[in-house]
Design a binder for this molecule. Structure first.
Ligand code: HPA
Ligand code: ZN
Length: 312
């Protein structure tokens, strides 16, 4: 079986995390942005992480080269073209405007660039894409609320709102007003939780109104929570290679995905930041087959569940 032949949705991918090393260097040269690396090999050598923060530190350096509308359009178009080749028919793509607002890039250039890339990819491949605007939990909740207001002119193309960045010390309960406003305005809500934070973070995310949980793998430490997730069919957007590269799991044979699937939790397979973690969504499915014992029928079921978990 070819993983690419399974129609699937990708529900956990950060647009900024799809920036490939060659594109990063090309943009750094074009915009004369100083980077700590000169060659593709040097960039790739920097992609060795010990935990989430060590990754985020490099990820935010890469973000500095995205300056113009065209950069965002090309990035979105390249990612979606690559995803379509992996059999992705629907992509719900995270993007964090706060990074670029802090760098002085106008919101209209960011978002209209991304939507231009979405439209070009759809015309060429048929792939359907929607944006999930993501707030950063290392910044105050007031900033998340301001971002939420600022993107309202583009509300029609935004399917939902998320919460990302440094998890430990920044629990979902600190963003209760943000999520309440998101839901009041009729948007979907999701939150990163249970990646480095414990099951209590997942419970808090559900309490503030998250409909999906991004990662959520540490839920496995709380059997009552696993039963709740299974009973309520709360999708977990799991990213196996991300968890491996950030040391969330020692190897894929030990990944909680097996226990979660066996417990009846609705698990989806995703790439998170494919350039940084050396694997697109198809690579993540293949890694589950090669290293975690997932057979063809199970991969087929995971792809079908990704289409059940999507917001369309
Ligand atoms: N966790 C939190 N924030 C992120 C991630 C992640 O895996 N990827 C990009 N931002
Ligand atoms: Zn993520």
């Amino acid at each position: 079986m070819r993983v690419e032949d399974l129609p699937k949705a990708e529900l956990h991918v950060h647009l900024e995390g799809t920036l490939e090393a060659d594109h990063l260097l090309e943009l750094a040269r074009r915009h004369d942005v100083a980077m700590p690396w000169r060659t593709v090999e040097e960039v790739r050598a920097a992609y060795a992480f010990s935990d989430l923060q060590s990754f985020l530190d490099v990820f935010f350096v890469g973000c500095r080269v995205l300056r113009e509308r065209r950069d965002f359009a090309d990035l979105a178009h390249r990612y979606l073209t690559r995803a379509a080749a992996d059999g992705v028919v629907r992509a719900e793509v995270f993007f964090g405007p706060q990074t670029f607002l802090a760098l002085g890039v106008p919101l209209a250039d960011q978002l209209e660039g991304i939507f231009e890339g979405f439209d070009r990819a759809r015309a060429e491949t048929g792939i359907d894409a929607a944006l999930i605007t993501s707030a950063q939990r290392h910044r105050p909740e007031a900033d998340a609320l301001a971002m939420l207001d600022a993107v309202m002119p583009w509300a029609e193309r935004i399917v939902g709102f998320g919460l990302g960045s440094t998890e430990l010390g920044n629990p979902p309960s600190g963003f209760a007003r943000y999520f309440a406003t998101v839901r009041d305005r009729g948007f979907h809500a999701t939150a990163h939780a249970g990646e480095e934070g414990g099951p209590d973070y997942v419970r808090e995310a559900l309490d503030v109104g998250a409909e999906r949980i991004d990662h959520g793998v540490r839920s496995v430490e709380d059997p009552d929570l696993v039963r709740l997730l299974a009973a309520q069919r709360v999708p977990l957007t799991v990213c196996p290679l991300s968890n491996l590269r950030l040391g969330v799991v020692p190897d894929l044979a030990a990944h909680p995905v097996r226990a979660l699937v066996d417990a009846g939790v609705l698990v989806t397979v995703n790439s998170d930041d494919p350039s940084y973690f050396r694997g697109y969504v198809g690579d993540n499915y293949r890694a589950l087959a090669d290293e975690a014992g997932f057979g063809d029928e199970e991969l087929t079921a995971l792809a079908a569940d990704s289409l059940r978990a999507c917001w369309r």
